[in-house]
Design a protein around this ligand. Structure first.
Ligand code: HPA
Length: 236
């Protein structure tokens, strides 16, 4: 049992899918895993372990934002020996290059967070995905019959969902940022620090250029494509 996860050692698999929403973790466990068992519901942040195509896999909710996600990622790496974390999340589209429901596989992440400024004494660190995981996700996406486009590129991990300075995002978009979410920069940084593997895959659930939003039903459908890509990459 760690500070925020009520699992016994060995109850969590070396491979973890990591959605922000704990109810999404439940949905993934019930929809994709055989014999899924709940190992923690501390603070309602549900975690399950089951099997996918014979591979032991866990699904753990991370909560929203880098501070919450970092608590769970740190404990998964240090207390449970987790080797591979694949975030399966949603993001806002930042450019017309990406459409609603498209999938973004994050090769790297920018951030406005102070976390890495403190960690690296004001220097700029470039948080990047684990390359073999990234390659496996791209290969999985190319071999799935998908209705949506898959992009590989930068996410912007913001500390604010309700930004009061949206104009600050413009230079990031001019330099290639495709989507905005709130976790990937810290996840990639922690995986590097602990010498583990991490990848972030996000579905575009709303669009900051066009103002479009997806319905809950649509989110569920497209989330399924993303989860299949994540499971195949994580267990490759
Ligand atoms: N901003 C931040 N995080 C998000 C968004 C957004 O627009 N959509 C989904 N996650």
């Amino acid at each position: 049992m760690s500070t925020h996860i009520a699992a016994a050692p060995g109850q969590i698999a070396p491979v973890v899918l990591f959605p922000g929403d704990p109810l999404r973790a439940k949905w993934i466990a019930e929809t994709f895993l055989d014999g899924a068992e709940l190992y923690s519901e501390t603070r309602g942040m549900l975690g399950f372990t089951g099997a996918w195509q014979g591979h032991r896999v866990s699904v753990q909710g991370s909560g929203m934002g880098q501070p919450s996600m970092s608590i769970y990622a740190n404990e998964l790496f240090t207390e449970y020996g987790v080797q591979t974390i694949v975030r399966v999340g949603s993001c806002g589209g930042l450019t017309e290059k990406v459409g609603m429901r498209d999938i973004i596989i994050a090769s790297g992440a920018c951030t406005d967070s102070g976390i890495n400024r403190v960690r690296f004494h004001g220097q700029d660190y470039a948080p990047v995905a684990d390359f073999p995981l990234l390659r496996a996700a791209v290969e999985a996406a190319e071999s799935e019959p998908l209705d949506v486009a898959v992009h590989v590129g930068l996410l912007f991990s913001s500390d604010q969902f309700y930004s009061t300075r949206p104009e600050l995002t413009e230079p990031l978009v001019q330099h290639g940022a495709l989507g905005v979410e709130m976790e990937t920069s810290a996840l990639y940084t922690l995986a590097a620090y602990h010498d583990r593997r991490a990848l972030s895959i996000c579905t575009v659930s709303d669009h900051l250029v066009t103002g479009e939003e997806t319905s809950a039903h649509e989110r569920e459908q497209t989330f399924g494509d993303m989860v299949r890509i994540a499971l195949r990459a994580a267990t490759a």
